[in-house]
Ligand binder design. Structure first.
Ligand SMILES: [Zn+2]
Length: 509
């Protein structure tokens, strides 16, 4: 049986959730909802990464007991995702017992099979990254490129996991499918990195330095390094609770992520899986970064940070979801409250919202608050229905993370075409002309029929507004069950009472 398992990265809880966290998590939700509309059972996980040195530092600064501090941090992420209408199936935390037990089991198994080795290592260590850096990873001044601080020379005895013996397999696997990594440029980037031998991966931290982590089962003086701990969430999520059908979900796993973590996910992760006896994931979908309007990096000092909670307070959750979906595929994209407001007014208030309100109000008034029953559907109206049904079917069946901006353009084209059709038909004139009664009913029926298809297909993107729109047409909201949806003309039952007509997107001035 076909299935789909979608994951976001788990988010590091050393700070509050930002627009990037909201974006990836909303995209996962949208892909999950479309997958369910294709009738595919879909499991969607997100969560928080709660171990490691940086988190240990913020726990110590907070003065709170670790579990209390972490629970509060995780809740901040969970609350934001709930406000974003994200229908995740699991919000995992790396401090969950089920997860820690699995990671320890995997580590013990790799150790028993001689794949983990203890040795001394001297290198340049960046505290911010919690990583030893190679000189190639430093800038001209010898600083960490991410933190712009000079790493410290450090010698440590640690446990290492060998990668090089898997390199040839990894290269072949990466070349095996064009659908594995999108956008394609990231596969080329990774294949470029794989031209050089892979150094052993340090998988531990001495407790003398990092006490906050999963203890190595074979040496209690050490904890597991954060990547090994974090990446195995993708496995532990579907080996516990009501999702414990590992093979079913893992057979079609899609990892969503921003471009900064592709090396760990596309080099280390498949190798860890292979060593531990698991299949690699099926898909990687990678998006860019949100930058401020004008192209600068968002920063508190520049005052250009866009806070997702603030956007929801000002414009509503659907405006946030819509803006993020419309503007980012695989590349970087700009964001500001001004840009969101402009998009809201142009696309949502003036186009989609206005289309809904004028058609529904008119039909409600002129057709006794019910879906009209035309004697026959006129040819131009039938053409419109066929176009809408076919286009929406195509959207639902081909939707993918990196092509979402194109999908949104198509939705807007449909809205434009519906607006034009309605304007050209002028049903407000037909209603006064006895000889035009059949066409009048045909136009009214077809506009409602097209709108119900349109809002059912838009539901994964803007669930709140789509639900209101469907209520006004007397249609039930799509369920979060795997029920295949297909779009075809005349599914709307004549005589169905219309519901409350709410203004979906009041204009903001
Ligand atoms: Zn760094």
């Amino acid at each position: 049986m076909i299935s789909k398992y979608i994951t976001t990265p788990i988010y590091y809880v050393n700070g509050s959730p930002h627009i990037g966290h909201a974006h990836t998590t909303i995209m996962g939700d949208i892909l999950k909802r479309f997958s369910l509309m294709r009738g595919v059972p879909t499991y969607y996980s997100t969560g928080t990464d709660e171990h490691g040195q940086k988190i240990q530092q913020v726990i110590e600064q907070s003065g709170l007991p670790a579990d209390q501090f972490l629970a509060a941090q995780a809740k901040e992420f969970k609350d934001l995702f709930d406000r974003c209408n994200v229908a995740y199936d699991l919000f995992m935390r790396t401090t969950d017992t089920e997860h820690m037990t699995l990671v320890q089991g995997v580590l013990q198994d790799l150790y028993d099979r001689g794949m983990i080795e203890k040795k001394e290592y001297t290198g340049l260590y960046c505290v911010g990254c919690e990583q030893f850096k190679t000189t190639a990873e430093l800038d001209e001044l010898g600083r960490c490129k991410d933190h712009l601080t000079e790493p410290q020379k450090q010698t440590e005895t640690n446990y290492f996991f060998g990668l090089e013996q898997h390199r040839e397999w990894l290269v072949n696997w990466l070349k095996s499918s064009d659908d594995l990594i999108q956008p394609e440029s990231y596969r080329r980037e990774i294949l470029g990195m794989l031209k050089e031998p892979l150094e052993d991966l340090c998988i531990s931290r001495p407790k003398s330095r990092v006490w906050h982590g999963i203890e190595l089962p074979f040496d209690t003086n050490y904890v597991s390094y954060v990547w090994f701990d974090a990446l195995f969430n993708y496995v532990s999520n579907v080996r516990r609770g009501d999702a414990a059908d590992f093979d079913f979900w893992w057979s079609n796993a899609t990892h969503l992520m921003a471009k900064d973590i592709i090396k760990t996910h596309i080099i280390y992760w498949p190798i860890m899986l292979r060593a531990a006896g698991f299949e690699p994931p099926k898909h990687y979908r990678i998006h860019g970064y949100w930058v401020a309007e004008g192209g600068q990096k968002m920063s508190k000092s520049l005052g250009n940070v866009v806070d997702p909670n603030d956007v929801i307070d000002t414009f509503g959750v659907d405006a946030l979801r819509y803006y993020l979906t419309k503007n980012m595929g695989g590349s970087d994209a700009h964001i500001s409250k001004g840009l969101i407001e402009a998009t809201y007014n142009t696309d949502l208030a003036n186009n989609i919202g206005n289309l809904h309100s004028r058609v529904l109000k008119f039909v409600f008034k002129r057709c006794d608050g019910k879906t009209p029953e035309p004697a026959e559907i006129a040819e131009p109206d039938r053409e419109l229905q066929n176009y809408v049904a076919k286009t929406l079917d195509n959207i639902v069946n081909t939707v993918d993370l990196i092509t979402l901006p194109d999908t949104m353009k198509t939705f807007l084209q449909i809205a434009d075409r519906l607006n034009t059709h309605y304007n050209d038909a002028e049903p407000w004139k037909m209603v006064k002309d006895e000889s035009q009664q059949n066409r009048f009913l045909s136009v009214c029926y077809v506009m409602l029929d097209c709108l119900q298809m349109f809002f059912r297909a838009l539901h994964p993107i803007i669930p709140e507004a789509a639900e209101k729109a469907l209520v006004s047409i007397g249609i039930k909201t799509p369920s979060l069950e795997p029920v295949a949806v297909s779009f075809s003309p005349d599914t709307l039952e004549p005589g169905t009472p219309l519901g409350t007509i709410e203004n979906l997107f009041p204009r903001i001035d």
